[in-house]
Design a protein around this ligand. Structure first.
Ligand SMILES: C[S@@+](CC[C@H](N)C(=O)[O-])C[C@H]1O[C@@H](n2cnc3c(N)ncnc32)[C@H](O)[C@@H]1O
Length: 273
């Protein structure tokens, strides 16, 4: 359903929510596309590394900035629980999911997710077939809204998010440009993926502010869609280093920043298991 250039959320899956503000210019348009275990990160290998890195750290602060409907935050929670168990993963929770879109965050708090067949298979792939541990299938199915200007629709199934998962994520409605000030100064695992083009005019100052929150015990993860727009990939480094083992991951290791071969390198696809 489309109202004043906004895709409404009757058939809610934010993958299909496109918002164009009046007087559209690049920075006034965003698309809330997302799905579970979004490509652009070697999820399994990266989280093995994270678990090792934070073995002796008592609390890790995890953020999903520009979180959309929470698919990313829930993906993080599920992979951690699958690897460590609920008790073992406790120090990573709650994960804070921040998005400035009120419709998305309001829906996200309701505790239902509408999953495509692709979502179901990605969840099973990265959790060792534990979809049913985290979600309860309902009998409701429907066709999604169309994606942006495309004609494609997908069949979605409504699932109830079980408390074991829902409890692990808190949703905040706020612009990441202001929220960044509230992030603690250390031990941060920050996902800020597939939103940098939308930050547009504010992306440089946002990168500077984010850099203040990344200490030697922190990571910033960006997405494939950000490659050309994330300022650390192009002009400045703001103190960040590209992580030597993982594409799309920045840290403060002090490794040589200027690794131009990686700037326009291939997109990261899925790991083969
Ligand atoms: C393409 S989605 C990315 C979702 C998820 N991070 C992923 O990688 O799948 C972009 C999201 O960025 C959000 N967004 C754009 N600009 C933002 C801002 N300044 N502050 C907070 N959220 C923002 C939009 O509302 C949208 O949900």
């Amino acid at each position: 359903m489309r109202i004043n250039n906004q895709y409404n959320t009757i058939n809610f899956k934010t993958s299909y929510r496109k918002v164009i503000k009046p007087g559209y210019i690049l920075g006034d348009c965003y698309e809330a596309s997302t799905y579970f275990f979004v490509k652009g990160l070697q999820w399994n290998k990266f989280f093995n590394h994270i678990i090792e890195k934070y073995r002796n750290t008592p609390k890790v602060n995890v953020f999903s900035l520009a979180a959309s409907d929470g698919s990313e935050a829930y993906s993080i929670a599920m992979i951690l629980i699958s690897k460590l168990g609920v008790e073992g993963a406790k120090k990573y929770f709650p994960i804070t999911a921040v998005d400035f879109d009120k419709t998305i965050t309001r829906n996200a708090r309701k505790g239902f997710m509408n999953l495509s067949a692709k979502d179901e298979s990605r969840i099973n792939k990265y959790t060792g077939n534990q979809l049913n541990k985290f979600f309860e299938r309902t009998s409701q199915t429907f066709l999604s809204d169309k994606i942006g200007s495309s004609e494609n629709q997908e069949l979605l199934t409504k699932f109830k998010t079980k408390p074991v998962l829902q409890d692990k994520v808190i949703f905040i409605t706020e612009d990441v440009n202001t929220y960044v000030e509230k992030i603690p100064d250390k031990n941060n695992l920050i996902f800020c993926r597939n939103c940098w083009p939308y930050l547009w005019k504010t992306s440089d100052i946002f990168a500077q502010n984010l850099s203040k929150k990344i200490d030697k015990n922190s990571f910033l993860v960006i997405g494939n869609f950000d490659n050309l727009c994330c300022p650390m990939n192009i002009k400045h480094c703001y103190g960040f280093s590209m992580n030597k083992d993982f594409k799309n991951v920045f840290d403060k290791s002090g490794n040589n920043y200027c690794d131009k071969m990686r700037i326009f390198s291939d997109k990261i696809d899925d790991e083969l298991f």
